[in-house]
Write a protein that binds this ligand. Structure first.
Ligand code: TRP
Length: 451
């Protein structure tokens, strides 16, 4: 059994997703999240959006549209953790902790900031004209997004690779300064999908809002048709052979068709299909492929309170990871309770260590299991099934050995892992606070007494 790979990516909420965003980022991310080895965290980077946009209505609208797009596209929120960055107060808090260790010289080198400075200098302006601290600190906020959840892989476009590298740099520095041998942060890798389609736009250049050549994703069928009618083609007349390999209309078709459909369309173009007809073919294909999702999209947009509930549930799931982790980071930098924390832990430890006990039992199916009970008899853990008593015994021994515990919590419950394998689970808790408290009780119970 292998540990799941945590995949995390953010979507800046400044625009309305178009067909290029869908094929290039949304569709592959939704597909990747269905892999049973993937533990996906996808979020709306709305704090990042504020850096680029000071129009509140546009921010509001874009968050709603992007959330609805991902859900309509088939994202399964029971499987993934889907949330708004701005619903996680731990993110700005971690941003500050990281800001205090991030080297200014590192941020001076960020491409986006440098490009703005260069532009000012070229225009004879003050180098920092119009540059906010938001733009300057953009990579630190992004590092917090990534490090908060200890993401292994970060799918991004090429322009974002540098930011992921900066997250590594900043995370490493924090580990070094405060970890005392512990690696608080996992080092993330940028994931660049080479095979994913970069769609051409109406004019054949890369489809992009800044070129004004986009095809809308979930607008009406009529708008889709209008956009397709504006695709630029060569001047070959009906009956003349077309060159599919040099036609971006064909490239667009291929990005949404099966191989068989593409082969058939290619044949027709070579045989002289007129461009008008070709556009009809593309329209039917897209309308077919996207029609159902478009309906779901408009339903979702019409029920904003349902969307709100979905995102609040996502935030709760994300915070069940972020809140306890940030607590540890605050401890590490010295933001501690005045009540001597080591003393508190030591007394609690003594009490619990004496009383917590493992109880083994055998299931009807012959497998061996154990429970860990706290002093008051409350069940802290119930183990998975083991083939024999020896293995179960070895696991309880390992849990008591004092090694760092790999505890993973999600949605009001947690589990304990050894060497990449889940060995025991908690009960279900009513809320995150009781779940966190139980994790703390477990840690105390399993820390060997000092005396
Ligand atoms: N900066 C990213 C972009 O513009 C969006 C983003 C914000 C992000 N935080 C992130 C991407 C964390 C990956 C991980 O595309």
């Amino acid at each position: 059994m292998t540990t799941r790979t945590r995949i995390l990516t953010g979507i800046t909420t400044t625009g309305t997703p178009h067909l290029g965003n869908y094929a290039g980022a949304i569709r592959p991310a939704i597909l990747a999240s269905r892999d049973s080895n993937a533990d996906s965290f996808y979020f709306l980077a709305d704090y990042h959006a504020l850096i680029k946009c000071d129009d509140p209505l546009r921010i509001q609208r874009s968050r709603l549209e992007i959330a609805a797009t991902w859900l309509a596209g088939g994202l399964d929120v029971d499987r993934v953790t889907f949330y708004r960055q701005s619903d996680i107060p731990e993110i700005p808090e971690l941003t500050w902790l990281l800001t205090c260790v991030a080297a200014k010289g590192l941020l001076n080198r960020a491409h986006a900031y440098k490009a703005s400075v260069d532009k000012n200098v070229e225009g004879g302006e003050d180098p920092d004209a119009g540059i906010t601290m938001g733009l300057y600190s953009y990579p630190v906020l992004m590092a917090a997004d990534i490090l908060m959840f200890n993401a292994h892989q970060v799918p991004v476009g090429r322009d974002q690779i540098q930011h992921v590298e900066m997250a590594r740099d900043i995370g490493q520095r924090f580990n070094h300064l405060f970890g005392q041998g512990r690696e608080f942060f996992v080092m993330p890798e940028a994931l660049i999908e080479e095979s994913v389609a970069t769609l051409p736009g109406l004019d054949g250049r890369k489809m992009s809002k800044s070129y004004d050549n986009t095809i809308p994703l979930f607008s009406s069928a009529k708008e889709l048709k209008d956009a397709i009618s504006r695709i630029v083609t060569d001047s070959r007349a009906p009956g003349e052979a077309k060159d599919p390999d040099n036609s971006h209309l064909f490239t667009l078709f291929q990005a949404f068709s099966t191989q068989a459909q593409a082969a058939e369309f290619r044949g027709e173009l070579l045989a002289g299909l007129g461009w008008g007809e070709a556009k009809n073919r593309l329209f039917s294909l897209l309308d077919n492929e996207l029609g159902e999702a478009r309906e779901r999209y408009h339903e979702l947009i019409g029920r904003p309170s349902d969307l709100e509930d979905i995102l609040q549930a996502g935030a709760k799931k994300a915070r069940s990871v972020a809140t306890p982790f940030l607590g540890e980071l605050r401890e590490a930098v010295g933001l501690r309770s005045f009540v001597n924390p080591t003393q508190v832990a030591a007394t609690a430890k003594k009490k619990a260590a004496k009383a917590a006990r493992f109880v083994s039992f055998r299931e009807d199916d012959g497998s061996f299991r154990f429970r860990l009970l706290a002093a008051d008899g409350e069940q802290l853990l119930l183990s998975r099934h083991f083939a024999d008593g020896k293995t179960a015994g070895a696991v309880t021994k390992q849990l008591q050995s004092g090694q760092a515990l790999d505890i993973r919590s999600e949605a009001g419950r947690f589990s304990v892992w050894l060497e990449g394998e889940c060995v025991a689970d908690s009960a279900d808790f009513a809320d995150d606070a009781s779940c966190d408290a139980a994790i703390e009780a477990l840690r105390v119970a399993l820390t060997p007494a000092q005396d």
